[in-house]
Design a protein around this ligand. Sequence first.
Ligand SMILES: C[S@@+](CC[C@H](N)C(=O)[O-])C[C@H]1O[C@@H](n2cnc3c(N)ncnc32)[C@H](O)[C@@H]1O
Length: 359
Amino acid sequence: MANSAADTRSNRAAVQATNDDASASKLSCVKKGYMKDDYIHLFVKRPIRRSPIINRGYFARYAALRKLLYEFLDCGKNMDEKSNRKQIVSLGAGFDTTFFQLQDEGKAPYLYVELDFKEVTSKKAALIENSVQLRTKFGETASISQEKGEVLGEHYKLLPVDLRDIKKLDDIISLASIDPKCVLIYLDPESSRGIVEWASRTFPTAIFFLYEQIHPDDAFGQQMIRNLECRGCALLGIYDSPTLNAKERLFLDQGWQKNCFVERLLEGLGIAVDITKCSRSISTKLLRGTCRKFIAHLLKPRKDTAIERLELFDEFEEWHMMQEHYCVTCAINDALGIFGKFGFTKDEHVTNPAPETSL
Ligand SMILES: C[S@@+](CC[C@H](N)C(=O)[O-])C[C@H]1O[C@@H](n2cnc3c(N)ncnc32)[C@H](O)[C@@H]1O
C-alpha cells in the first residue's frame, strides 16, 4: 500500500501517539511494582494508573521480550569477543528505555540502534539532551541533535526513518555502522512484508522478534480492531497474516530459515488451556492456575516478585481471551550456527487437562 493511502487509514500522529500510551503503561506497571525501570518516568509527561488487566498485559509483553533478549545476548558465549558482537535494532522504538537498563545491568550489546519517525526521535533526542541521567549514558563523544532527531554514540544510535521506506533502511544500516553479522530486530506493533524481507536479506545471522495481534475476525478481535481504529490506528497488517500459520508463512515466504516459531504466549510456554473443554467453574480455576504459571514462567529466574500479590486480580477469562489475541514470532537466520534451540522452554504442560485437575 502506498504510504499516503496507508497514512489516511492509519493516522500518522495517532500511530506515534501509541508510543505515549506504551510509555504511560510501562510507568503504571513500574509504579505498581511489576517491573523495574529507572528511566521511563523521564519520558512520561502525564502518569496514568492503568487497570490491573492492562498492567498484566504490558508486563507479559515486557517479560516475554526480556526473556528472549537475554537469551539472544547469551548466545555464542564461547566465540571470541569480536565475532560475537551483538547488535539490536529496534524498529519503532518510541521512548523505550531497554538500552539504559541493559547498560546498568552490564549487558548492553555492542551496538543498540533505535529507529522511529522523526517526530518521535526528535522528542526523544530532546529529552535525552536535557537529562543528565540519560545524557551521560552515551560517553563524551556522542552527538545529540534535536533538529535531526539523532543521537550518535559509539554503541548507541537513535535515527529517524519511516520504516515503510525500505531504501532508507539500507542507508540507515550504513549510517549506523551496523555490521549485518549478528542482530536482534524487534518490531511492534505493525509489520509489513517489505520489512520482513529486507531484514532477512540484510542479516544472515539474526533473530526477528515480533509481538503483535492476531484473530481480528472473532468477537474480541473485532472489538480490538474497532478500538484501535477509533484512535486512528488501523492495524493495517493484521488481515494479511491473521493467524499463527499465516504469520509463520509471512516469515518463511520472505526468506527466513525454517526454525522460525510463532506462538501464542500461553502455547509457547506450554500452558495453554482449551476452556471450551471444561465446565465454567472448573475453567475459572484452570484459568487462575494458568495465569499464575504464565507469570511464573515469564519471571524465571527472577523470583523476588510475587506478581499475583501486587494487585487484586480476578478477570481470568478476559485475560485469557486477551492473551489468545497476541502472539510472539521469532524468526531466525543462523548462518553462524549460534542460536541452537533458541526460544521459550516448555517445561510445564497443562494443555487440555482433565476436569478433575486441581491447581
Ligand atoms: C506502540 S509504540 C511502541 C514503542 C516501543 N517499541 C515500546 O515498546 O515502548 C509503536 C512505535 O512505532 C512507531 N512506528 C509505527 N510505524 C512506524 C513507521 N512506519 N516508521 C517509523 N516508526 C513507526 C511509532 O511512532 C511508535 O513510536
